[in-house]
Design a protein around this ligand. Structure first.
Ligand code: SAM
Length: 330
């Protein structure tokens, strides 16, 4: 990259700015000094030279990359961006936890169209341009991030989804956002496959998987939403995860999910037991960050998960997550 990075940026879920700053300070404090902070967007000044494939190790960042500058028009963006970019991602800075209101996408789409007309793309570039829109009148924040397997495929790590009013629970949106991250959200991709969810009540996540044509087994002593319970492809095991006998489970499980509100150390132990027995292809775990003591444990938890996970492990706080992060393996 021709551009010499001086600042790193990261976006995050509403309310997680302090957790993101703490995480970056603990992992990269010697290299990155906080520069500015707006709701859901933080920058850090680099204290030395870094390689252009540097990605901060943080679970609380939705998107992270290098800052380029501020712009008020597509012409400003073209003046700032000296290097070719493979794509242009435009997204709002403010993302409510239940999803961006429908009418906010009009502005995003028109800014993207303006920039795409003015800026020729270089398909084999390693970088994607990020243009982050704040309040009306606020200049656009311009940065870029490296294309990589662990980067989120959607602009802003934000699939265009909103929590439906009749969803059995908020976990519907969490599951849909996790599937989009894993690129399992295409039509028919999950149809006919089997999921096991530990901590399934009342059933928003199961509802998402059932709507996608999966067979779902839910493990929870809690009561399932009647629509989920009555679905012909759903089976409920009304037991705590520790009491499940493997004889009760399907022989083949493609997706192991867990959303149990237990200490993350315990969730990881359960996940290991189920993965070793069932050998699923994908895993989606939410790890609850209910107190400040748990956050510093994230790197050790991920290391532990990598020892048994069915594939590459990544962690990220999704916009619909509350005090929790999502860990996936694919
Ligand atoms: C956040 S809720 C799950 C929401 C759910 N995934 C949905 O889609 O609606 C957490 C659930 O974990 C369950 N849970 C806690 N400990 C558990 C255990 N040992 N075994 C199974 N479920 C457990 C609770 O009963 C609770 O229903």
């Amino acid at each position: 990259m021709m551009l010499k990075p001086e600042f790193v940026f990261a976006t995050c879920r509403a309310g997680s700015e302090a957790s993101l700053k703490r995480e970056v300070a603990s992992r990269h404090g010697a290299l990155l000094t906080p520069a500015f902070m707006r709701p859901q967007l933080i920058t850090w000044k680099l204290r030395g030279e870094i390689r252009d494939d540097f990605v901060p190790e943080t679970a609380f960042a939705a998107v992270s990359g290098f800052s380029i500058g501020m712009a008020r028009s597509a012409a400003d963006v073209v003046n700032l961006v000296k290097d070719g970019m493979a794509d242009v991602h435009v997204y709002p800075r403010i993302v409510p936890e239940d999803g961006v209101p429908e009418d906010a996408w009009g502005r995003v789409d028109s800014v993207r169209a303006e920039i795409s007309t003015a800026l020729p793309l270089v398909r084999n570039s390693a970088f994607i341009l990020d243009v982050i829109l704040g309040e009306e009148g606020e200049p656009w924040f311009v940065g870029c991030h490296r294309r990589s397997a662990s980067a989120h495929p959607c602009p802003g790590a934000l699939p265009r989804l909103r929590l439906p009013e009749d969803a059995p629970s908020r976990a519907w949106l969490k599951m849909e956002q996790a599937l989009a991250w894993l690129q399992l959200d295409g039509p028919g991709v999950l149809a006919g496959r089997t999921a096991l969810e530990l901590g399934s009540a009342p059933g928003g996540a199961s509802w998402s998987l059932l709507q996608r044509g999966m067979r779902v087994m839910g493990v929870d002593t809690g009561i399932m939403d009647p629509r989920v319970a009555a679905h012909p492809s759903f089976r409920h095991l009304a037991l705590p995860a520790g009491d499940v006998s493997f004889r009760d489970l399907p022989r083949e499980v493609d997706l192991l999910a867990s959303d149990m509100n237990l200490h993350p150390g315990l969730v990881v132990r359960y996940a290991e037991r189920f993965v070793r027995q069932l050998n699923p292809r994908w895993m989606i775990l939410t790890l609850k960050m209910n107190d400040a003591q748990v956050e510093p444990m994230i790197p050790a938890l991920l290391q532990q998960i990598r020892r048994f996970a069915p594939g590459e492990v990544s962690a990220r706080q999704l916009h619909a997550n509350r005090r929790e992060i999502t860990v996936v393996a694919r």
